[in-house]
Design a protein around this ligand. Sequence first.
Ligand code: TRP
Length: 316
Amino acid sequence: MKRIFSGIQPSGEMHIGNYLGAIKNWVDLQNDCENIFCIVDLHAITVPQEPKILKRRIREIAKIYIACGIDPKKSTIFVQSDRPEHSELGWILNCFTYVGELSRMIQFKDKSEKGGADSSTVGLFDYPVLMAADILLYHTNLVPVGEDQKQHVEIARDIAKRMNNKFKGLFTIPEPLMKKETARIMGLDNPQKKMSKSAASEYNYIMLRDEPEIIEKKIKKAVTDEKGIDNLAVIHSSFSGKSTADIKKEFAGRNADFKKELAGVIIEGLAPIQSKLRELDKNPAYIEKVLKDGAEKVRPLAEKTISEVKKKIGLG
Ligand code: TRP
């Protein structure tokens, strides 16, 4: 059985782009693979975080995983910093990674653009190595990620191959799992760019917890140029299962009707998730238990990998 590892940073609230582009696909993989879904809090602190908010968001991601259909009985859900082996392996991998290869990472270039590389943290620069540790620690076969993370899976493969060459058979070489038809959901107010919680206007996104009236309002205001309509059709299709071509044909020249119908489809699609979230909100002890059990479940494999790596490279 193939092992899957993926993670989400608890650095913002979740919108439908996160759900349709990531978690929804993971839910579909649950029955065919052994799944590990992590809440990557150590990645989140590569940029400034408010401690209280971070703590709340870690729990929020756990709730969202479960509410969206990740079943803790089938999949392991845990918090990255609850397993110290991630940091430990990360450090070791650092010593087999070149500054030059990290300097080529597009995400670092993007994220450090504003303040410049000199005022970015070393953690932000090193982020792909910690991600490689996440993946390699569990001998992961498949890493379901979006296009923007493909380069990071590539570097994990490069590091693994490099160390395997030197130390023979240390790591499983992971493959990125990119679903072609995976929805790339664009901003409602600016369909040129990905939907993003950090967008200037709240009319850019629909959050998983948005109330029906808010959803209606946001869809009503959505841009309907060619790209905008394409994006709205993708959202419709992701929730309804209809093809985007059929949707566009059905509503050609009837934007107002289309928006009304779309808002309904989203509201209906989110209703079971929102009701499950409300239920989970009332049961924080359950969430704590899921996370604790998850971290214990992956412990043996994490410890085994670390001890093998240390032995092979001459430590411990
Ligand atoms: N970097 C990923 C993102 O922002 C999150 C992540 C961290 C991840 N570790 C991972 C994804 C390991 C897949 C596998 O989307």
